[in-house]
Write a protein that binds this ligand. Structure first.
Ligand code: NAP
Length: 578
C-alpha cells in the first residue's frame, strides 16, 4: 500500500455520518466505487441492505445459481495483482464462489470498515440550499453527502406476480432472488416452480435431483444452450495468470464485454453441411458465445431463424416425450432477442419420471390456493412453491427508493413514461447523483463487470475533475437526456430485440410498467467511445454549477461514427481517456 492509500484509509476510518460520498449497494459496483473514491481522498460510506457483500449474488442463492459469464472474465481488471492472485475453480462460477471472491476483494482493499450492513436506503432527497443529498435508511438513520452514487444492480428488485390468493399457500414459498441462507430441504416434497427464464432453467435440474416431484409451470417457452461447465485445467489457469493484458483488452474492446469474438462468416455464405458443423461445434463448446458462431445471427432475422431451428431440433432430440418437446419448442421470439439462458441438463430434466411440465399458455394460473397452484384446468398440490419469476429490472431498484432532486422533483414522476437518462449515468434535475449501470447504458447486454468498471471509472474521473476545479454540482442537461433517451430507443429499433417486445428489457414483465427498451443496444465499445468523447469535451452535455451555458450533447450520426471509427482503429485507445 502506498502512502497516499494509507492516508486515505486513515481518513475514511474517521467515522462521520456525513461523508463526501454515499454509495448504495455493496456488490461489484459499490465495492469498486468505494475503493476508487477513497483513492481520490474522499470520505465514503456504503449502505447495504444485506448482511454481507455480494449484491445480486448475496440474495440469489437458489439451487443451481451460477454466473453465465466465464469466470476469468467475471473478474475485476482494475488491479493486475488482484486478477493474478485469484484462482477460479470452474468455467462458470457458482454464486458461493462469486461471494467468496467479493469478500476477498473487500478484505484485500479493507473495504468493509466503510460499509454499513443490514440497512436499506428508503429515501434520498437533494437539498439545494446546502447542495447535499439527505439519505435515510429503514432504521431511520440519516446521512448527508455531496455525491450520491447508486450501485443497486439491474436485477435486484424481485417480481412476484400478484396472483389471486398469493398469501393463502400453506406450504413454503421462495423467490429465487431472495433465497434463504439455510438449505431448503426438497427431499420427499412436491415442488412447483413458476418461471423458465435464465434462473428457472438453472434451478429446475437441481431441484429435480432432490424433490419427490417437480412441476414446472411454463408460460413462455425459451431457448437454451448447454453451458458446458467444467473445472478449469491447470494449463488454462496458467494462461489466465500470464495473459492479463490480453484478456483485459479483449473484454474491454468487445461489443458485449465477453471474451468470445463474433465469427466473420455469414450464415448464407456457408453450405448446409458446413453450417451444421459450425452449429454443432458451437453447441458443444456451449455458453453465451453460441450466438457468435456466425456474424449475422444476432442481427439478421433469416440467419437467426436457422439458429433457432437448430436449437429446436436439439431440444426435440433431447426430450423423449413428444408432447413435452412440443411445449418446450413452441417459442415465440427470435433467439437472443430475450436474454439467452445457458443450462446444465435443463432439457434432460424433462426425461425424469418425477418431472412434469404445465403449459400455462393452454391453461393459465388462476390462483394460488392453500394447497398449491390452480390453473384453468387443474389444481396442483404442492409442499414448496418456487417463484423463478424474475425482476422489476433496471428501474425497479432505483424507484424502490424515494429519490427526489431539485424542487422536490420525484424520480418516479420523471420516469412515469419510461426511464430517461443521459448515458445511463445521470438524470437531469438530480445534481451529483450518479447511477452505475443505469437504464440507457449497455449494462445487462454485457458481461456486467465490464460496464461496471467503465461506469465507476467514468464517475470517478468526473468527481475528480469537480474536486480539482472546485465545482459544486454536475447535472445532465435536459436536452442531452432527451436526446439520449430517443437515441436508446432508435438503436434498439434497429436490432432483433424488437422481436421480443414482451421481454423484461422492455419492462413488459411487470403489469403497468411503461414499455420501452431500457438498456443501450449500441454495443459496449461504441458506448465507451461516446462516454470518453463526452468527458474529453469538458463533459459536453453536462452542466456544472459554474458554467453559464447549457450545451446539449446532440452529435450528428456522422460525427459519432467518425469518432468511433477513429477510436476503434487506434490500438487500445478505447481503454483510456485521451
Ligand atoms: P425472467 O427472465 O424474467 O424469467 C421469469 C420467468 O417467470 C419467465 O419464464 C416468465 O414467463 C415467468 N413469469 C413471470 N410472471 C409470470 C406469471 N404471472 N405467470 C407465469 N409465469 C410468469 O427472470 P429470470 O429467469 O430471473 O432472469 C432475469 C435475468 O437475470 C436474466 O435474463 C439474466 O439477465 C439474469 N440472470 C443471470 C444469470 C446468470 O448470469 N447466471 C442467472 C439467472 C438470471 P414469460 O417469459 O412468459 O414472461
Amino acid at each position: 500500500m502506498d502512502n497516499e492509500s494509507i492516508l486515505n484509509n486513515i481518513k475514511s476510518d474517521i467515522q462521520s455520518p456525513n461523508p463526501d460520498a454515499i454509495i448504495i449497494g455493496a456488490g461489484f459496483s459499490g465495492l469498486y466505487q468505494l475503493h476508487s473514491l477513497r483513492n481520490l481522498g474522499l470520505s465514503v460510506k456504503v449502505i447495504e441492505a444485506g448482511s454481507g457483500v455480494g449484491g445480486t449474488w448475496f440474495w440469489n442463492r437458489y439451487p443451481g445459481a451460477r454466473c453465465d459469464s466465464e469466470s476469468f472474465t467475471y473478474s475485476y481488471t482494475f488491479s493486475k495483482d488482484l486478477f493474478e492472485e485469484w484462482e477460479w475453480s470452474e468455467r462458470y462460477p457458482g454464486y458461493a464462489e462469486v461471494v467468496k471472491y467479493l469478500n476477498h476483494v473487500a478484505d484485500k482493499f479493507s473495504l468493509k470498515k466503510d460499509i454499513l450492513f443490514d440497512k436499506r436506503v428508503i429515501s434520498a432527497h437533494y437539498n439545494e440550499n446546502i447542495n447535499k443529498w439527505q439519505v435515510k435508511t429503514d432504521s431511520l438513520e440519516e446521512f448527508e453527502c455531496k455525491y450520491l452514487i447508486t450501485a443497486v444492480g439491474c436485477l435486484s428488485s424481485k417480481n412476484i406476480p400478484n396472483f389471486d390468493g398469493l398469501d393463502s399457500f400453506l406450504g413454503e414459498s421462495y423467490h429465487t432472488g431472495d433465497w434463504p441462507n439455510e438449505e431448503v430441504d426438497f427431499s420427499d416434497k412436491r415442488v412447483g416452480q413458476i418461471g423458465t427464464g435464465s434462473t428457472g432453467i438453472q434451478s429446475a435440474p437441481e431441484i429435480a435431483e432432490k424433490a419427490k416431484h417437480l412441476t414446472i409451470f411454463q408460460r413462455s417457452a425459451n431457448f437454451s444452450v448447454p453451458a458446458s461447465n467444467h473445472p478449469l485445467s491447470s494449463e488454462f489457469k496458467k494462461y489466465i495468470k500470464e495473459n492479463f493484458e490480453e484478456i483485459k483488452n479483449t473484454i474491454q474492446s468487445n461489443t458485449n464485454g465477453h471474451f468470445f469474438k463474433f465469427s466473420e462468416q455469414k450464415i448464407f455464405d456457408t453450405s448446409e453441411e458446413e453450417r451444421e458443423k459450425i452449429f454443432e461445434n458451437a453447441w458443444l463448446n456451449g455458453g453465451l458465445g453460441f450466438r457468435a458462431c456466425f456474424n449475422d445471427i444476432a442481427f439478421d432475422k433469416k440467419a437467426n431463424d436457422l439458429a433457432s431451428d437448430f436449437i429446436k431440433r436439439k431440444i426435440r432430440k433431447i426430450v423423449k416425450d413428444p408432447q413435452k418437446a412440443k411445449i418446450l419448442t413452441d417459442i415465440d421470439h427470435a433467439f437472443a432477442s430475450k436474454r439467452p439462458p445457458i443450462d446444465t441438463n435443463y432439457f434432460e430434466t424433462f426425461n425424469k419420471d418425477n418431472v412434469s411440465l404445465v403449459d400455462l399458455k393452454l391453461s393459465p394460473i388462476e390462483s394460488i390456493t392453500p394447497q398449491g397452484v390452480k390453473t384453468k384446468n387443474k389444481e396442483y398440490e404442492l409442499d414448496i412453491l418456487v417463484y423463478a419469476t424474475g425482476f422489476d429490472a433496471m428501474t425497479g431498484p432505483l424507484l424502490n427508493i424515494d429519490i427526489r432532486g431539485r424542487q422536490n422533483l420525484k424520480l418516479k414522476d420523471v420516469w412515469s413514461e419510461g426511464p430517461k437518462t443521459f448515458l445511463g449515468i445521470q438524470v437531469s434535475g438530480f445534481p451529483n447523483l450518479f447511477t452505475i449501470t443505469g437504464p440507457g447504458s449497455p449494462s445487462v447486454l454485457c458481461n456486467m463487470i465490464v460496464p461496471i468498471e467503465q461506469h465507476v471509472e467514468w464517475i470517478n474521473d468526473c468527481i475528480s475533475y469537480m474536486e480539482k476545479n472546485n465545482i459544486d454540482h454536475v447535472e445532465a442537461t435536459k436536452g442531452s437526456m432527451d436526446y439520449w433517451t430517443k437515441h436508446v430507443n432508435d438503436v434498439a429499433n434497429e436490432t432483433l430485440f424488437i422481436h421480443a417486445k414482451k421481454s423484461w428489457y422492455y419492462g413488459a414483465n411487470i403489469p403497468g410498467k411503461p414499455r420501452g427498451f431500457m438498456p443501450y443496444a449500441g454495443g459496449m465499445a461504441r458506448y465507451k467511445a461516446i462516454c470518453n468523447y463526452v468527458a474529453n469535451q469538458n463533459y459536453l452535455g453536462f452542466k456544472f454549477s459554474n458554467s453559464d451555458k447549457e450545451e446539449t450533447f446532440v452529435p450528428s450520426k456522422i460525427s459519432v461514427d467518425i469518432l468511433i471509427k477513429d477510436l476503434m482503429t487506434k490500438k487500445n485507445n478505447l481503454n483510456k481517456k485521451e
